[in-house]
Every structure is written in structure tokens, then in C-alpha cells.
Write a protein that binds this ligand. Structure first.
Ligand code: GN1
Ligand code: MG
Length: 344
């Protein structure tokens, strides 16, 4: 166990000698560890380049936890654990913030949904959180990341990255860049929806990848929704859209063979049905009219973000091989084509 981890465990009141620490290498953003001992915990070292204001993240999660405690006391929300001094974050010697939460035992996550039941349950779980937070006061929250799912902003960022990119990267990504330009119509539609005030702002999860729900080992029902960093004001299309993006195809955003990307209509139906089983009563008729657009919009945003990161030289998403962000961008553009065809 390294000295930073020892120091951090100590600050949370855990005796480092009584715990074992193993790295869980999944997310793109933070360094995540499982801490096992008399009880198990999830320990994370914040990526402060991505979350430049970690206190805002923790405050948003705290606000949500206390709101839910008052309004839905039976709801299982994975709240952060406070330090001995009552803080949510511990700063190590290098100034990096760490946080701790309970490890949800007897549970598993999936990177790809293989049954429509998984799809329905994951979608219903995020829908439930959205419904429970429907009346939560958005003005109390600050964005964890500014304009995180603002498609218009992400398109501008892509154009900035393109202007600053090396000619070599531009050459390699020529096909994806052409696709980015072709998908500008979605950006225009997004701007129009926002400017006409059709979508209501409220608190959403904002990272509803299917691997951010934990299923129970025995019942296979959803135990908890995790990865709460981006709980912040947004629109329902962000949550529904990311569910569609990560579930509708049998392969994930990491798949290199775009020929394997498919639209599984029964999964699409399960996602929409699951999400709506919780959210339909909270959405206006106009909002229900953009259900089909939501998956397209979120797939477009991820394609742009992966592509922009490739053009910038891979500074944001964790990569394990050269060109991985371009692979992801191409994958997302193929998925976008499929979605535009099937959900327009
Ligand atoms: C990141 O934390 P993680 O890996 O679940 C990203 C999401 C993307 C996702 C794509 C803060 O999520 O927006 O949808 O990767 N989170 C941040 O896999 O940028
Ligand atoms: Mg995650």
C-alpha cells in the first residue's frame, strides 16, 4: 500500500494495517481502489484535471443525499463517507483529493447488456433517480463540469481542437472529422430545443452508462446507481440518451469492429419502457416528443468528445493503446448512423 493511501485511510479513521487495497481499473477518469477488511470500501483519487472543483462535486452529492433522506428515506443512495473531521475529501501530500464510499457487496456491473431485462432494469433505475429528484431545487447545485452535455458547446470544442491539431492527427481522423461535420444538423436541433425552452432543467445523473448500475448477485435486480460525480442540473435527454447509447448495441464504445454495432429494437423498447415506467408522469408532451432524439444527441456528443480528445493528443480520457480515442469516435459515429436511421 503506498504512503498516500495509508495517509488517506487514516484520515477516514481506517487503520491501514487492517485493510487490503486493490486497484479497480475501469472508469475513464479517476483512479479507483477497493479497500477490503472488516468492511469494504471504494476509494477514489480524484482526477483534478477533469473535475477542477472537487468540492462542488462532493457538495452536489451531499445535497442529493440529504434531499433523498428527507423525501425518500428508503431509497438506497451510496453516500460518501466523511473523514474524522467531517469532511468529504482528503488531500494527499501532492494536493490530490481522495474520497471514500461504501463498497456495495454482492453486486456486479456489466459493460454490455445481454438481456432486455437488464436494459429495462438499468433504465428504470436511472428513471427512478430522476423521478425522485424531480422537485429538488436546481438552484442549490453548481455544475460539476461546465456545459458538460451541451452539444452546441461540445461541437465548438471539437472545432477548436481541429484548428489546433497536428496535420498527422487530422489526416488519421479524416473520416471521423467528415462525420462530425455531417452531424451538425443534430447540433442545430439541440440548440433549437434549448432556445425554445422545451426541456425542463432538473437534477439528473448525467453518466447513465450501463456499467454505472450495480445489480444484485442473487436477484439480479438493481441495488444501486453509482458514479455520482455528475449529479447536477440537466435535461432528461442526457440520461435517457446515454442509456440508449450504451445499451442498444450488443458491443460497447470500445469495439473496434464497427460491423458489430447494431440496433437491437427490443432493447431500445426495453430502455424506453423502463425509463418511462418511472419518468413518464414528470415529462411534458413536448419532452416526450424528443425521446428518439435523446440517444442520437448523446451519441453525437460522445463521438465529438472522443474525436476532440484524439485531435488534442489524448489528454482527457484514459487510453491503453495509441489511437484508442479515434476508435471510440468511429464506433460512436457508426452507432449514430444506426440510431438516426432507426429512431428518427
Ligand atoms: C466518462 O467516469 P466514466 O468513465 O463513467 C465520462 C462520461 C462519458 C464516459 C464514456 C466526467 O465516464 O461523460 O460518457 O466516460 N465522464 C466524464 O465512457 O467526462
Ligand atoms: Mg463510470
Amino acid at each position: 500500500m503506498n504512503s498516500d493511501i495509508q495517509f488517506v485511510l487514516d484520515a477516514f479513521g481506517l487503520n491501514p494495517d487492517r485493510f487490503r487495497v486493490e486497484s479497480l481499473g475501469k472508469g475513464h477518469i479517476h483512479a479507483t481502489y477497493k479497500v477490503s477488511g472488516p468492511q469494504s470500501y471504494l476509494l477514489q483519487k480524484f482526477n483534478s484535471l477533469v473535475f477542477t472543483r472537487p468540492e462542488v462535486v462532493e457538495r452536489n452529492i451531499r445535497l442529493t443525499a440529504s434531499y433523498l433522506k428527507g423525501t425518500a428515506p428508503d431509497y438506497y443512495f451510496v453516500s460518501p463517507i466523511a473523514t474524522m473531521e467531517g469532511r468529504d475529501l482528503v488531500y494527499d501530500a501532492g494536493g490530490h483529493p481522495w474520497r471514500l464510499c461504501p463498497f456495495v457487496d454482492n453486486s456486479y456491473s456489466i459493460d454490455e447488456a445481454s438481456t432486455t431485462e437488464q436494459a429495462y432494469r438499468a433504465a428504470a433505475a436511472f428513471g427512478k433517480l430522476g423521478r425522485l429528484l424531480e422537485k429538488c431545487d436546481v438552484s442549490l447545485f453548481e455544475p460539476a463540469i461546465d456545459r458538460f452535455h451541451d452539444l452546441s458547446f461540445r461541437f465548438d470544442q471539437f472545432n477548436d481542437a481541429l484548428r489546433a491539431a497536428s496535420s498527422e492527427r487530422i489526416r488519421q481522423a479524416a473520416d471521423a472529422i467528415a462525420q462530425a461535420r455531417r452531424s451538425e444538423a443534430l447540433v442545430i436541433r439541440y440548440r433549437d430545443l434549448v432556445s425554445r425552452g422545451i426541456l425542463r432543467r432538473r437534477i439528473f445523473h448525467n453518466d447513465t452508462k450501463v456499467n454505472n448500475v450495480l445489480f444484485d448477485n442473487n436477484t439480479h435486480e438493481v441495488r444501486a446507481v453509482v458514479d455520482l460525480d455528475t449529479l447536477m442540473p440537466g435535461y432528461f435527454i442526457y440520461d435517457l440518451g446515454d442509456l440508449v447509447r450504451t445499451i442498444v448495441s450488443p458491443v460497447s464504445e470500445e469495439e473496434k469492429d464497427v460491423g458489430r454495432i447494431q440496433f437491437r429494437s427490443e432493447f431500445y423498447q426495453a430502455i424506453v419502457d423502463g425509463y418511462m415506467s418511472e419518468m413518464s408522469s414528470t415529462l411534458s408532451e413536448a419532452e416526450c416528443g424528443v425521446i428518439g432524439f435523446s440517444g442520437q444527441m448523446m451519441t453525437c456528443i460522445m463521438a465529438l468528445r472522443f474525436l476532440a480528445d484524439f485531435l488534442r493528443g489524448d489528454t482527457y480520457y484514459h487510453t491503453t493503446y495509441p489511437g484508442q480515442n479515434l476508435v471510440r469516435a468511429r464506433n460512436q459515429y457508426r452507432l449514430l448512423e444506426v440510431l438516426v436511421e432507426k429512431t428518427t
